[in-house]
Write a protein that binds this ligand. Structure first.
Ligand code: GSH
Length: 328
């Protein structure tokens, strides 16, 4: 675990001293937008046109932010247009790593050993964290974006003209955007990032604040999903996929490792059915790897789990029936 400073790797844990024990997530640095014709997006430079075979996605199967991009890639039919490399789940002194020669954890573009080499290839003097997901542009030889919230929007709409892409699948429809944004805002701060704020807090009060906010939001989501199948507009949207990647990890990782233990997702009737419902959407199960999720959190975060022993349980059955078909 560490970061790049002026293009050099430094092994250091998150600095929570300057924030009184509170975990604060850094903003992503590569913020260009891939667009239909290469016109500039809301931020960054232009010239990132949506083309088949041009982009390569770097992910970890453990990472909830990267997971969003894998789900969108699958459900939008982008797999043959956007290739992928998967880092090894252990993120220790050198940060995210590849295992050259392995089938599962190779860097298919450069055969790099470390993810930080990709960042310095993109920007030799880079300062900042080396995170996944990262969307590499083969043409410009740089990272187009390393912000998952934006990568999923690009996947949702920029590649629609390419062969076989599910252009009719729209997870961010115009008419629902305001409500999706509103739900995302609360879910991001209190749930997606909320579990990290609880888990990475190094002061009791900061942990308790994050814990209280997290369960206040889970109670709110439980009520909302008791009467409706999806979060917004009676259809699957980006808001659901963003929540899903945290919920699917919750009982295996956040409940124990991050001390988010008022109750498990399995103890919430609506939320637990909802997770199974989303998991059972065709193609989604293939993006979920509970073994890599557990391995990553319990082995990498040694300040939280110094023994690096990975728990065997819990038993999870996301294939069980969910009974949510009758909800509107
Ligand atoms: N804003 C980023 C956050 C990505 C992120 O924090 N990824 C984690 C893995 S779950 C990471 O790579 N962390 C490495 C680090 O912070 O050094 C996004 O949503 O894309």
């Amino acid at each position: 675990m560490g970061l790049l400073i002026g293009g050099k790797w430094h092994d250091q844990w998150y600095d929570t001293d300057k924030t009184g024990g509170k975990f604060e997530r850094e903003s992503a640095r590569f913020r260009n937008w891939v667009t239909v014709d290469g016109a500039p997006g809301p931020e960054g430079e232009g010239g990132f046109k949506a083309e088949s075979g041009r982009y390569h996605l770097y992910v970890s199967m453990a990472c909830p932010w990267a997971h969003r991009t894998l789900i969108f890639r699958r459900l939008k039919g982008l797999e043959k247009h956007i290739s992928v490399s998967v880092v090894h789940p252990d993120m220790v002194e050198n940060g995210w790593e590849f295992r050259p020669g392995s089938d599962h954890h190779r860097d298919h573009l450069f055969d790099f050993r470390f993810m930080h080499q990709l960042y310095t290839k993109a920007a030799p003097g880079y300062t900042g964290r080396v995170t996944v997901p990262a969307l590499w542009d083969r043409e410009k030889q740089t990272i187009a974006s390393n912000e998952s919230a934006e990568i999923i929007r690009m996947f949702n709409s920029a590649f629609n003209r390419l062969d076989g892409v599910e252009a009719g699948v729209d997870f961010y429809p115009e008419s629902l955007r305001a409500e999706i944004d509103e739900v995302n805002e609360r879910v991001y701060h209190t749930v997606n990032n909320g579990v990290y704020k609880a888990g990475f807090a190094t002061a009791q009060d900061k942990y308790e604040e994050a814990y209280a906010e997290l369960f206040r939001s889970l109670d709110w989501l439980e009520r909302r999903l008791s009467g409706q199948r999806y979060l917004v507009g009676g259809q699957l949207t980006e808001a659901d996929w963003r929540l899903f990647t945290t919920l699917i990890r919750f009982d295996a990782a956040y409940y124990g490792h991050f001390k988010c233990n008022r109750q498990r997702i399995a103890d919430f009737p609506a939320l637990s059915g909802y997770v199974r419902d989303l998991y059972q959407v065709a193609g989604v199960a293939g993006t979920v790897d509970i073994a890599q999720i557990k391995r990553h959190y319990y082995v990498s975060q040694r300040t939280i789990n110094p023994s690096q022993v990975v728990p065997v349980g819990p038993e999870l059955d996301f294939d069980a029936s969910h009974g949510r078909e009758s909800l509107s």
